[in-house]
Design a protein around this ligand. Structure first.
Ligand code: AKB
Length: 316
């Protein structure tokens, strides 16, 4: 990767991935784009407003900026996707198709995240295998499975270097996930804890979901894109995993450090149904074997870091 385009750079993943990629490949070589202005990203390198649904604009950008690698991060997440399924399809698949086409025309490598949401209630729940039944019951999941298949199709039919990982719920402290995801609670809980507020959890007690700290997620995306293609048996998309917990497990972990912290439940029925349709944990053996995936963060080390970083924000 020498000249990189990030599509959807203003979101939870993009805002951190842009900074990370700029550190590795040089500020000027990472062109961040989003449908909205992002002041912070524009301060450290090239930034342009671009609508990922505008195929001509994306092609013009890739040609003008001499791009060789694209990270397409545009996504309407799972819960918002159930509120607006038609829009979710148009945005998620529209941005992906434009990215695939431009990658084909300009010979670029393409990374697009998939998700644990690509699995459904008929997938094995525990240690969900890499290759198994995938019949998601959400529009988000339908988009993710479609995206995985399109990625493999563009690779086998046109030779496009498409690669992807199935991200678990991502926990981070730079840009908030925005409320549209089912796993967002695992970010919000830290902010409530630091602010000294009671946390109202929308996910029922006992619901296990795979989660990951953002530094591991960024490392996964870059390691996969840099991996030796001859070693890749799979491409779209790899299971990756680092930790799996329920609301009461993360709550207990925070309470060890902040004994006055309290949590109550007000379950959101849509998020409950989505969470219950997803795996409890993924088996990431293929990622470990094919490109050396290895997470560095667990719940305890992540909790120490999240609390420390959020405390420094001096939130009211
Ligand atoms: C969501 O909750 O929708 C996302 C995801 C797990 O893909 N964070």
């Amino acid at each position: 990767m020498k000249r990189i385009l990030i599509v959807g750079a203003g979101g939870q993943i993009g805002s951190e991935l842009t900074t990370y990629l700029r550190k590795i490949y040089g500020n000027d070589n990472v062109v961040a784009t989003d449908v909205r202005e992002c002041k912070q990203l524009a301060e450290s390198g090239p930034f342009e407003v671009m609508n990922a649904l505008d195929a001509n604009a994306m092609a013009e950008m890739v040609s003008r900026q001499k791009i060789d690698s694209i990270f397409n991060l545009v996504a309407l997440l799972s819960a918002v996707g159930e509120a607006k399924p038609q829009t979710a399809w148009q945005v998620n698949i529209g941005a992906l198709m434009n990215s695939l086409e431009v990658a084909r025309q300009y010979n670029c490598a393409l990374f697009t995240p998939s998700s644990i949401g690509a699995f459904g209630p008929s997938s094995p729940k525990d240690k969900t295998p890499q290759d198994t039944v995938m019949r998601p019951t959400t529009m988000y999941g339908v988009c993710k499975v479609t995206g995985e298949m399109l990625g493999d199709y563009y690779h086998s039919r046109f030779g496009v270097d498409t690669r992807s990982v199935r991200f678990p719920g991502l926990i981070s402290n730079v840009t908030l996930p925005g409320g549209g995801g089912t796993t967002d609670y695992a970010v919000d809980i830290y902010y409530s804890a630091v602010k000294g507020e009671k946390f109202i959890c929308p996910i029922p007690e006992g619901t296990l979901m795979d989660m990951m700290y953002m530094p591991d997620a960024l490392n996964a995306a870059i390691s996969l894109m840099e991996a030796d293609p001859t070693k890749l048996v799979h491409r779209n998309s790899f299971n990756i995993a680092s930790m799996s917990f329920t609301p009461e497990i993360i709550y207990a972990e925070i309470k060890k450090r902040l004994p006055d912290f309290t949590m109550d439940y007000d379950v959101d029925p849509v998020k409950k149904a989505i969470a219950e349709s997803w795996p409890n944990s993924l088996d990431d053996t293929c990622a470990r074997e094919e490109w050396g995936w290895k997470p560095e963060w667990d719940l305890s080390s992540m909790t120490d870091d999240m609390l420390e970083v959020i405390r420094k924000k001096n939130l009211k």
